[in-house]
Design a protein around this ligand. Structure first.
Ligand SMILES: [Zn+2]
Length: 119
């Protein structure tokens, strides 16, 4: 994988690892065993590149022996007519029940560290 392609993921991973270390230290932990991130498929972040960046960056951190789990979130919109969320399957964001287009994207842009396992 060419290095230039993962610049975005590397910078995200740097801040995620910094945050994880800060949280681990605050709870008095000496090591991080696993990190779990939630990534929306519309966030522009590639899970595979994130794993690559994690492997490259974790060595000098409390997460040196940790694993990274990436949970991908599929995009979903809210339909005001049906008062229901529906999963987006194309770029039209059309409600499958009433066929109205929605501009209210509720899921799919997540980019967050959701949990840590430390000791
Ligand atoms: Zn609808």
């Amino acid at each position: 994988m060419p290095a230039a392609d993962i610049v975005h993921e590397v910078s995200i991973m740097q801040s995620t690892l910094a945050l994880a270390e800060q949280q681990a230290r605050q709870s008095g932990a000496a090591a991080i065993h696993s990190l779990r991130m939630r990534i929306g498929t519309l966030s522009g972040v590639v899970a595979e590149a994130l794993q690559f960046a994690f492997q490259a960056l974790k060595a000098d951190t409390l997460a040196a022996g940790a694993t990274l789990e990436v949970e991908e979130v599929r995009p979903a919109c809210w339909c005001g007519e049906c008062r229901a969320e529906f999963e987006v399957t194309d770029f039209l964001y059309e409600c499958p029940h009433c066929h109205r287009p929605s501009v209210d994207l509720r899921r799919g842009r997540e980019l967050a560290l959701v949990s840590l396992e430390v000791s």
